[in-house]
Design a protein around this ligand. Sequence first.
Ligand SMILES: *Cc1c(COP(=O)(O)O)cnc(C)c1O
Length: 390
Amino acid sequence: MTNDSIPFLPYGRQSVDEADVAAVVEALRSDYLTTGPAVAAFEAKLARAVGAEHAIAVSSGTMALHAAYAAAGIGPGDEVVVPATTFLATANAAVYVGASPVFSDVDPDTGLMSAVHLERRVGKQTRAIVPVHLNGMPCDLQAIATCAERVGAIVIEDAAHALGASYRDRPVGCGAHSRMTVLSFHPVKHITTGEGGAVVTNDEALAKRLRQFRNHGMTHEATAFEEPSPGPWYYEQQSLGHNGRITDIQCALGSSQLDKLAGFIERRRQIAARYDLQLAGLTGIEPVIGTRSDAVSAYHLYAVLIDFEGFGVTRAQVMQRLRERGIGTQVHYIPVPSQPYYRRITAYDAGDYPGAVRYYQRELSLPMYPALSDSDVDRVVRELRVSLGI
Ligand SMILES: *Cc1c(COP(=O)(O)O)cnc(C)c1O
């Protein structure tokens, strides 16, 4: 039951304006719908935005993770360490390349990969460590990079939540502490292309492999051929890739969206500050910390940790009550190693991830997107309090 006169507030949504619509229409009227100039233009703009040399845009963030792991040469016998608290794709992509995901516990109050727990999960087989900048807040990249270096692994950042964030005064994606950074352009993320993602890197050889992976592992470049070319039709498949291409239509939208990124982030910051203020002093409701001296969040999600038991309600009841009052919420995330699939293929024990479990039990993501007004935020807090009986 929802009230038709009150607009429904989802937990996240895209911000699309007339400039975006015009950009897409222009792409549709152009000579290329895929693999054309709008893709290259978006990649150049994105690389500049994050301070990286190369950006390779693909069909989704999941495809970007898959491409990154493949380009790094990760395969059977290798381990990829991912946080227990993340979206499924961070781990799934390791399975796609034949590697084994290994889960590392997270801080119970931030949900971020913890360097202390990471130390217990790395070893001789670790090929990559994949920190996830949950909610838009960068992980402790310095500590993670130090750990990776010690065991001879690389760092690949899953920055699906963190386009526009910065760590130690440099943008996430600049590659100061990692070899590659993965982004997603799903509608709930900071900018959207409908579906889409990208890998950014400063490594030219990796960039080449990423481009090849996106296009079935093939090349048309004569200088790169392993065999003599019999004629102008010739192409070579040199590795196993995928159709991971993104369209010019999507990239035209992406470029137009990117123009507005700074404004989007600023509005998200204001919304987070308003929530913080209104929730301050309420016992049993702790906003996940959104500010830190060494990092600036991109405010992807507004996550709060609630003592549901203390309020005498279940999370399901609270979510249901909010939904009835026109407010959408979500839970980010169920610890990935507890998923039935991962219980079957890895030795899961809930006791191994007390941080992830503790974070998960209390987490609720409240509506957060640039078009949310101040009075929308006030309404969310009011209804949350009603649903908790305070
Ligand atoms: C969204 C997301 C992805 C996957 O991105 P898609 O574009 O949806 O495929 C990967 N990791 C994290 C942390 C995400 O939030």
